[in-house]
Ligand binder design. Sequence first.
Ligand SMILES: [Zn+2]
Length: 132
Amino acid sequence: MHEFSIASGLIEKLLDFAEKNPDKKLVEVRVAIGEFTQIEEEQLRFCYESIISEMPIAGSTLTIEAVLGKVACPHCSYSGPPKYWEGVISGTPIATLECPRCGKAARASEGEECAIRSVRYTQPNEITELTR
Ligand SMILES: [Zn+2]
């Protein structure tokens, strides 16, 4: 499953940081997912949550930021939003690499990324012992 391997890769990086910073607790991770990656947000969130349930980063939230795709055509030098395939019965239309102007194969210039944008941690709790 595509989403499962993406989630595992992401979690590996987060665990790495968690190990080096045991006093910080991960609250939220924000990732940018490009339109051309064909990643299902719900699927990715589900994979993330089920994988981390037994880990030190359990309880953290995965926030997905969708990045719109852009194509560049080497044939007619079109550059801009992609053509969408409307043949899907349910769900959102799928971005294609077909040039909206000349119909030939274009390439993705934006929207292929899948990257961590930011992570948020709680500050370590300060516990003050009251001794009398
Ligand atoms: Zn073109």
